[in-house]
Design a protein around this ligand. Structure first.
Ligand code: CO
Length: 134
C-alpha cells in the first residue's frame, strides 16, 4: 500500500457563506470550485494548497452524513484523505489484513476522484478516506 500525500482534509461547516471570509480574506486561500454531491447530501468547496486541499463540507440535509456528524460531534475536521496510487489494490490489501471498511469498493467522490472510507473504529476515531485521481 502506498500513500503518496495528503489529498485533502474534510471540514464540516454549518454554512459555506459563514466561513468563506475566514478562509479567503483572513487566510488568503481561494475557493476554486463548489460542487453539490447529491449522494452525500453536501455542497463541497475546494481550496487548494499546493498538493493538497481543504474540502469544506456544507450539509444540505440534516439526515445526511455531514448533517449527522455536526449533530453528534459538532462542526470541525471530519476526515483526512490520503492520495493513493491504486485504490482497488489498497482496498484488497486492507481486506486481506482484516481491516473493516465503510466502502468495500471505490465510489465516485467530489472532483471526479475514486474514494473509499476505512471504518473509523479501525483508525482510532479518525475517519480516513483513500483517494485516487488521474
Ligand atoms: Co473527502
Amino acid at each position: 500500500m502506498k500513500i503518496l500525500h495528503i489529498d485533502h482534509i474534510g471540514i464540516a461547516v454549518e454554512s459555506l457563506e459563514q466561513v468563506r471570509a475566514f478562509y479567503t480574506d483572513t487566510l488568503g486561500l481561494a475557493i476554486q470550485d463548489v460542487e453539490h454531491v447529491e449522494e452525500q447530501k453536501v455542497n463541497v468547496a475546494f481550496l487548494p494548497i499546493t498538493d493538497s486541499e481543504l474540502e469544506l463540507l456544507e450539509s444540505t440535509d440534516p439526515d445526511g452524513p455531514i448533517g449527522k456528524f455536526i449533530k453528534t460531534k459538532g462542526k470541525g475536521i471530519q476526515h483526512i484523505a490520503f492520495r493513493v496510487e491504486n485504490i482497488e489494490d489498497c482496498l484488497q490489501e486492507l481486506k486481506s489484513k482484516g481491516v473493516r471498511l465503510i466502502d468495500e469498493k471505490p465510489r465516485m467522490g467530489a472532483g471526479g476522484a475514486k474514494i473509499a472510507f476505512i471504518h473509523p473504529k479501525e483508525s482510532h476515531g479518525v475517519l480516513v478516506e483513500l483517494c485516487e485521481r488521474d
